[in-house]
Design a protein around this ligand. Structure first.
Ligand code: FAD
Length: 279
C-alpha cells in the first residue's frame, strides 16, 4: 500500500464523511495488519477507524455484540458463559498480530485461509454495516463473495453479532498448518444443537482448502434430525463432501485438501457433539 496521508477521526459520522469526501483515494484502517497483502499501489489516505468507540463485547439478550474494531486479543481474553470465539482467536497466528488485528478487518477482506469467517459462518453471525442507513446481513450472505463488495463509499462494518452458546449446543474449531505460525491448509468449524438426543440444528463451515470460506449444506442436510455419533458424522461428510470445490494451498494437492477436510470435519462434529451433550 502507498499511504500519502493519515486521518484520525474520533466520531463514526466524522469518519464516514471523510471516507465519502475522499472517495476512492481513502482506505479505512483498523489494525492495519492486512495491508501487507494488498497489491494496490495507488496513493491512498488512511482513515483510522480504531478510535471511533467501536470496540468491545456486550451480551444483549443472548447475543454477543462485538464492535468491529475489537482486537483478536480481546476476543481471546473475553470470558463469559456461551462465548466461544476465544477458541478461534487462540489459533490466530502470533500474539503481536492478534494485538492489532480486528474482527472487522478480518471479515471485510477475506483470504481462503482467514480464520474468523469460518467460525462466523458456523455460528450464524450477523454482520452490521453502517451506511446512510444501518443494515444487517447474515454471515452466509456477507461471505458469499468478497465482503467489501457489499460496501458503498463511506460504509463501515460496525458490529458483529454472535449468538451465545446455550445448553444442548456445541461448537468446535480446528485448523491444520505445517507450523504454529503458518497459514492454514484447512480450517473447519461446526455448531450443533441437540433435542431429544437428535440433531435439531447443525452448521458446518470450511476454509483454506476451498477458494473462499463456505458452508457445507449437503453435510448439514444429511445430519438434520439424525442421531449423532462418529459413524453418522463420517457417512454425512462422505455424502456431502463434493458440494465444495477443493483447492489445495501451500503445496498440497486438491485431492489431499479434500481428504484433510473430510477428517477435520468429522473431528469438529464429534467435538461439538460432546459439548452439546454436556461432556
Ligand atoms: C504475518 C501475518 C500473519 C497472518 N496470519 C493470519 C492468520 O493466521 N489468520 C487470519 O485470519 N489472518 C491472518 N493474517 C491477516 C490479518 O491479520 C487479518 O486478516 C486481520 O485480522 C485484518 O484485520 P485488521 O484490523 O488488521 O484490518 P486492516 O488491515 O486494518 O484492514 C483490512 C481491510 O479491511 C478494511 N476494513 C477494516 N475494518 C473495516 C471496517 N470496520 N469496515 C469496513 N472496512 C474495514 C480495510 O479498509 C482493509 O481493506 C495475518 C497477517 C499477517 C501480517
Amino acid at each position: 500500500m502507498n499511504y500519502i496521508d493519515f486521518k484520525s477521526p474520533t466520531q463514526l459520522d466524522e469518519a464516514r464523511t471523510l471516507l465519502k469526501e475522499l472517495g476512492e483515494s481513502a482506505m479505512p484502517v483498523a489494525g492495519s495488519t492486512l495491508h501487507v497483502f494488498l497489491r494496490d499501489e495507488s496513493p491512498k489516505v488512511a482513515v483510522d477507524i480504531a478510535r471511533l468507540g467501536l470496540s468491545g463485547i456486550r451480551l444483549v439478550d443472548g447475543i454477543f455484540h462485538i464492535g468491529a474494531t475489537t482486537t483478536v486479543t480481546a476476543l481471546h481474553e473475553h470470558d463469559q458463559p456461551g462465548w466461544v470465539l476465544d477458541r478461534v482467536a487462540s489459533e490466530f497466528v502470533t500474539q503481536p498480530i492478534r494485538n492489532m488485528a480486528t474482527i472487522g478487518g478480518s471479515s471485510v477482506r477475506v483470504f481462503p485461509w482467514s480464520d474468523l469467517p469460518v467460525a462466523l459462518l458456523a455460528l450464524n453471525a450477523a454482520m452490521v454495516i453502517t451506511g446512510d442507513e444501518e443494515r444487517t446481513l447474515d454471515a452466509e450472505t456477507f461471505f458469499a463473495s468478497q465482503p467489501f463488495h457489499h460496501f458503498a463509499l463511506g460504509d463501515l462494518l460496525t458490529s458483529v453479532r454472535v449468538p451465545a452458546l446455550t445448553a444442548g449446543q456445541g461448537f468446535a474449531y480446528l485448523k491444520d498448518r505445517r507450523t504454529s505460525t503458518d497459514f492454514s491448509r484447512c480450517t473447519v468449524a461446526a455448531w450443533l444443537s441437540l433435542e431429544d438426543g437428535k440433531i435439531a440444528g447443525v452448521r458446518v463451515a470450511v476454509g483454506a482448502a476451498v477458494p473462499m470460506p463456505c458452508r457445507m449444506p449437503d453435510v448439514e442436510q444429511a445430519l438434520m434430525g439424525a442421531r449423532p455419533g462418529p459413524k453418522k458424522f463420517e457417512e454425512a461428510v462422505q455424502a456431502g463432501l463434493d458440494t465444495a470445490r477443493w483447492k489445495g494451498l501451500h503445496g498440497i494437492s486438491d485431492e489431499y485438501a479434500r481428504h484433510l477436510a473430510s477428517i477435520l470435519i468429522v473431528d469438529v462434529l464429534n467435538r461439538a457433539h460432546q459439548e452439546a451433550k454436556g461432556e
